[in-house]
Design a protein around this ligand. Structure first.
Ligand code: FE2
Length: 271
């Protein structure tokens, strides 16, 4: 894929997303959030991909994966009025099915179509499926890192806004209860990804977001995470609690080690 082809895809995306612009202020805020998110995930993936490959065609293809990764969000919000997959539809699968039906990617070689469609389908899965071939898995890992690096921004902006100005669909409707669940704190401290099914409150959800650090794939992604101080930002919106602070510190140490990683055995939680 070259830059000219990529810019055609960007135009396609603008036409597609504009067709979902909402009638109410709240709808518009939620849709605009996804448009802005897409642009920033594209910027993130360019930086990560450029560190991982010198091939401009592969960087452009990576950006196409980022451009389309959330297209399922638009029909999901129109149909169900929510971004919560568990009460509506898996937006990765919806987006991949939409692309597979034809349209935007028709002119591209079959292998490039497969890479983009698989990246969209699995970008929000709990883990990278082992069934994917190495090339598809590479692009999927790029998109998963680029996506997380912007979702952290979206959530931190959300938590900082007064309630009336928040895009309502961001928090997925979790109740803002005091404290965190002990099993969720412990999972984070042990270096585990927290499953959504274990989340009982908005504070647990913040810990789940921190646990995504364990799923980043590339050293540059960890450097971007640290530059932007997302761990510190999420730490500040969590309740003051010794166990929580210890878990956040475990995440920070893991990220510092991974950012400096250049090969070898990688990083483990020592706590
Ligand atoms: Fe997504």
């Amino acid at each position: 894929m070259d830059e000219r082809e990529l810019s055609h895809l960007r135009e396609w995306f603008v036409g597609f997303s504009s067709s979902f612009h909402g009638s109410s202020e709240e709808e518009q805020r939620n849709i605009a959030l996804k448009e802005e998110h897409t642009g920033l995930v594209c910027a993130n993936i360019r930086r990560i991909a450029r560190e991982e490959t010198r091939d401009a065609g592969r960087v452009a293809l990576a950006e196409a994966c980022a451009l389309f990764h959330d297209i399922g969000r638009f029909p999901q919000y129109r149909r169900y009025g929510t971004f919560k997959d568990s009460i509506s539809v898996n937006h990765g699968v919806l987006g991949a099915d939409l692309l597979a039906q034809g349209g935007a990617l028709d002119k591209f070689p079959r292998n490039e179509q497969t890479i983009v469609i698989q990246a969209v389908r699995h970008h929000n899965a709990f883990a990278v499926p082992s069934s994917l071939d190495a090339e598809c898995a590479f692009y999927l890992r790029l998109v998963r890192d680029a996506d997380k690096l912007d979702i952290w921004r979206v959530f931190l902006e959300f938590y900082r806004l007064p309630e009336g100005e928040r895009a309502s669909a961001v928090s997925l409707g979790f109740p803002d209860l005091p404290g965190c669940s002990p099993d969720v704190i412990e999972a984070l401290r042990r270096g585990e990804m927290v499953r959504l099914a274990r989340v009982r409150s908005l504070n647990d959800f913040k810990l789940l977001q921190l646990s995504w650090v364990y799923d980043l794939n590339f050293p540059v992604s960890f450097r971007m995470l640290l530059e932007r101080d997302y761990i510190g930002g999420l730490g500040k919106v969590l309740p003051p609690d010794e166990e929580v602070e210890r878990a956040v510190q475990a995440v920070r140490e893991f990220a510092l080690c991974a950012a400096a990683w250049t090969g070898g055995d990688g990083c483990t939680i020592s706590a």
